[in-house]
Design a protein around this ligand. Structure first.
Ligand code: ATP
Length: 202
């Protein structure tokens, strides 16, 4: 089974693209959702986060996202620490999930594929590209947040153009090119690349 990564900056359209792949019957693992679940449920991880960031990081057993965000978005070292605690657990959870799938290929959606080194576990990586002004606009609208906090979050990710250069394929979600036909043609290609499902007549 081919393991395909799907990445792109904040607001580029990863989840939108994932939904199209899901409609085509392709299983999708969302690293962001997995990270949230793991931070809620993994007792060893909770303890490690509290050890590093203090008891205020959790309130009644649930992570205090605003408090944690206030510590990590202003401070690179804190962000690196949090990532070093959460990423290995998410990578492991993705591996477990992949073992349970039965499809020609699967998709792992994650904003930080290259930053976390998880491309090592993948056969190829798709990038979703959108110019910065569109990503800012979409994220502000989706999250009801201000420009400054979106830009702050963006500045913690590697440069978008550089990220796209590392990808094997790029889907352009720039409101100039239609997205769905691009996903469909990539889907056809990936089906051809996936190890052939045995043909009972051959
Ligand atoms: P994040 O990394 O922040 O989770 P993302 O890369 O998963 O973001 P999406 O959530 O898919 O991005 O898209 C961001 C917002 O932009 C969503 O509200 C989505 O509906 C909207 N959006 C995505 N693509 C388009 C498009 N081509 N036209 C209009 N709106 C779009």
């Amino acid at each position: 089974m081919l393991k395909v990564g799907l990445t792109g900056g904040i607001g580029s359209g990863k989840t939108t693209v994932s939904r199209i792949f899901m409609l085509l019957g392709i299983p999708v693992f969302n690293a962001d959702i997995a990270a949230k679940t793991i931070m809620n449920e993994d007792e060893a991880l909770k303890k490690a986060i509290i050890r590093h960031f203090g008891t205020k990081a959790y309130t009644r057993g649930a992570p205090d996202r605003n408090y944690i965000a206030s510590l990590v978005f202003e401070n690179e070292e804190n962000l690196a620490t949090l990532n070093s605690l959460v990423h290995p657990a998410v990578i492991q959870s993705a591996k477990n999930w992949m073992q349970q799938q039965n499809a020609p290929y699967i998709i792992k959606e994650a904003a930080l594929i290259f930053e976390s080194g998880s491309q090592e576990e993948l056969d190829l990586v798709i990038g979703v590209y959108a110019p910065k002004h569109l990503r800012v606009q979409r994220t502000m609208q989706r999250d009801g947040t201000d420009r400054e906090s979106v830009i702050k979050r963006m500045n913690n990710q590697i440069n978008e153009e550089m990220k796209m250069k590392l990808c094997d394929f790029v889907l352009y979600n720039d409101e100039q090119r239609l997205l769905i036909p691009q996903v469909l043609s990539l889907h056809e290609y990936l089906l051809l690349q996936s190890p052939k499902i045995s043909n009972q007549f051959s």
